[in-house]
Design a protein. Structure first.
Length: 142
């Protein structure tokens, strides 16, 4: 019904990270109403008809792109997909690992900014003799 894409070598005018919605609003409403198994889901407001506008597409938290765990949690919560014990802990752990990887990548893209932020928190940062320049091309909006 939807998919996320990340294309490192993006084309001008197309964001490297983007969302495609394939499902029609009626398809979303059907699955939000009855769940993929056909069993009625527990809605917050019983009298309210589900609408595509009510679906919460995960966008990766405060700073980063979404991970598969964000999408899995959205599908469980929005479509009432059956789960097994421990699913939330597994999702939380996977999300934490993904965000750490994203942070490491962000620091590699802008080590000077990372060093500045650490110094503002009273860390002592000693740059190497040949400190890399921040990679401004990786920090573009698209």
């Amino acid at each position: 019904m939807f998919r996320y894409e990340y294309v490192r070598e993006f084309q001008p005018g197309v964001p490297c990270a983007h969302l495609h919605v394939h499902g029609h609003r009626d398809e979303f409403a059907f699955v939000m109403q009855d769940g993929p198994s056909g069993r009625p889901r527990a809605r917050k407001r019983r009298h309210e008809v589900p609408r595509l506008a009510k679906f919460h597409f995960p966008l990766g938290g405060h700073r980063f792109r979404p991970c598969v765990e964000d999408v899995l949690q959205a599908v469980v919560e929005e479509f009432s997909v059956d789960t097994v014990d421990g699913w939330r802990m597994a999702v939380d752990e996977g999300r934490e690992e993904w965000r750490k990887l994203q942070l490491l990548a962000a620091v590699r893209d802008a080590p000077g900014i990372a060093a500045q932020a650490l110094e503002e928190l009273h860390y002592k940062v000693v740059p190497p003799d040949s400190a890399p320049a921040d990679n401004q091309s990786r920090m573009r909006a698209y």
